[in-house]
Design a protein around this ligand. Structure first.
Ligand code: KIV
Length: 286
């Protein structure tokens, strides 16, 4: 008898839930080729990791948004590498089949290649399968160095929350022609450097679509319209747990849902079908 997913080469490793295939980078690339949208959500703990994985979420992001969501800070800047490694370990222990990405926090890679490699090793040893870093231009050599060393990288352009003070707040990026050109150039460099995934946050839908069409990897949008290869939201935002006003690109998936599992399954279904995001409700123009 043949099985579609070969057993792990060295034995052991978590067994995914029944009917669920382990999500690998190879599988994510195949999804892009097949036009299947990638559904990603943030996770910071073992219980939600298990629930999201069982509900069919393809990728779990241990985002440094945990600084705001879990710790109550006004920005992601105070989050430390030790805290990210701790939460990555928690999520890795709950997860069985989803692809696990962990954010390199502020101050853990800005020092250059050597620091970025050491920080990424810490997150990979805690259970991450890919690390995410913010920004373009200066990050390209860092991405290339990590990829060369066998560490898959997700880049992050547009609104990069670690630069909130330089950007003057949480605002839409790439609206004028020069800024859009800059984003395109950074995406090209990051693609060439080998970033297998690229998060595009809070950019006009047409620009995100244009970047996605030319990007050699998988683009994941958040407030970037419908024409990226996948979508991500902060779990607490889409479950309407986050206090205060939510950004326009968030949909409350608890509305009409009987349980958190129901809400997460709706998110996965709507991302895959293209029903979320709705360009008219959640997208931005230049
Ligand atoms: O930290 C985070 O959760 C993120 C996503 C919002 C993309 O970077």
């Amino acid at each position: 008898m043949t099985t579609e997913t070969p057993p792990p080469a060295y034995g052991g490793g978590p067994v995914p839930a029944a009917g669920r295939k382990t999500v690998t980078l190879h599988r994510l690339r195949a999804m892009r080729e097949a036009g299947e949208k990638v559904a990603m959500l943030t996770a910071y703990d073992a219980a939600s990791a298990r629930l999201l994985d069982d509900c069919g979420v393809d990728c779990l992001l241990v985002g440094d948004s945990l600084g705001m969501v879990m710790q109550g800070h006004p920005s992601t800047l105070p989050v430390t590498l030790e805290q990210m490694a701790y939460h990555t370990g928690c999520v890795a222990r709950g997860n069985r089949g989803a692809w696990l990405i962990a954010d390199l926090p502020f101050g853990s890679y800005q020092g250059g290649v050597e620091q970025a490699v050491a920080s990424s090793v810490a997150l990979m040893q805690a259970g991450a399968q890919m690390v995410k870093l913010e920004g373009g231009g200066w990050t390209a050599p860092i991405v290339a160095a990590l990829v060369e060393r066998g560490i898959p990288v997700c880049a992050h352009l547009g609104l990069t929350p670690q630069s909130v003070h330089a950007l003057g707040g949480y605002r839409i990026q790439g609206r004028d022609a020069a800024a859009a050109q800059n984003l395109r150039a950074h995406a090209r460099e990051l693609g060439r450097a080998g970033a297998a995934m690229l998060v595009l946050e809070l950019v006009p839908s047409d620009l995100a679509a244009d970047i996605s069409a030319g990007y050699p990897g998988i683009t994941i949008g958040i407030g970037a319209g419908q024409r990226t290869h996948g979508q991500v939201l902060v779990l607490h935002d889409m479950l309407d747990i986050t206090a205060g006003t939510k950004p326009r690109f968030v949909r409350n998936f608890m509305q009409g849902a009987a349980s958190i599992g129901d809400a997460v399954r709706s998110y996965v279904r709507d991302v895959k079908s293209g029903a979320f995001p709705d360009e008219a409700l959640h997208g931005y123009s230049a």
